[in-house]
Design a protein around this ligand. Sequence first.
Ligand SMILES: [Zn+2]
Length: 281
Amino acid sequence: MKFQRPGAILSTQESDWKLATSRVTHLGIGAHPDDVEFMAYHGIEECFGAKEKTFGAVICTDGSAPPRSGPLSAMSQEEIRRLRQREQLAAAGVGRYGLTIMLDYPSSTAKDPSDKSLDEDLLKILEATRPEVLYTHNPADKHSTHVAVVARVLRVLREMEPHKRPRTLLGCEGWRNLDWVSDEKKEVLDTGGREHLASALSACFDSQISGGKRYDLAVLGRRRANATFLDSHSVDETSMATFALDLTRLMNDHSLTLQDFIDDLVDGMKARIHKELEPWM
Ligand SMILES: [Zn+2]
């Protein structure tokens, strides 16, 4: 499978890429190395050790410009790029992914709406894998590269014939959680089945964590808080939960804009809070 960037890589334990792509049932498309493990962990856990399910990971950017501190401060951009590639491939081994694709785009290119090269790669991957469930960033994320990736994923899916699109498209928590979305409008994904696996995956990304960001503790803490604060009237059904937005309607309804989709969620939460306050005014 050929991609636009010369440094793009495809890694699989299968004998060839065609077999690898045909086996993928759950696909995560993230902006940076480590995004898939943090936001799409539900899919990794779902497929781990399952006979009929296989997880695939797609990373859009080269990740060469993270915060320059800790072990990264003395490294060149190229050395950081290669280290983050190694970390991502190590995570793929730990998580037993069937397929890992690193598309190697500079962040600036990924964020340029007029550049269509990343769209072409994503279309190729989505046509070859045809996943049942697709995980990506959510459109209310506060990281511009994450927003660029979900916007591109939607743009590409809308170009595809409807029967080739995934059954479910989920936009997951990253740089902004989804606690603010009304409960009836958010998807609650149980991610508490193998906490040790989640920890082992996080630990693969030492360059990010030692660099001064405790993503390992923050992500697991968020999942635990999600599970506990979801419902004040019942005991916790799971120890960990990831929240997501169901973007399937957005994929299939071309007239629905990302802004209108988000406005509906914001208005829903506003109405809930007002209703709670109303009797006291
Ligand atoms: Zn990211």
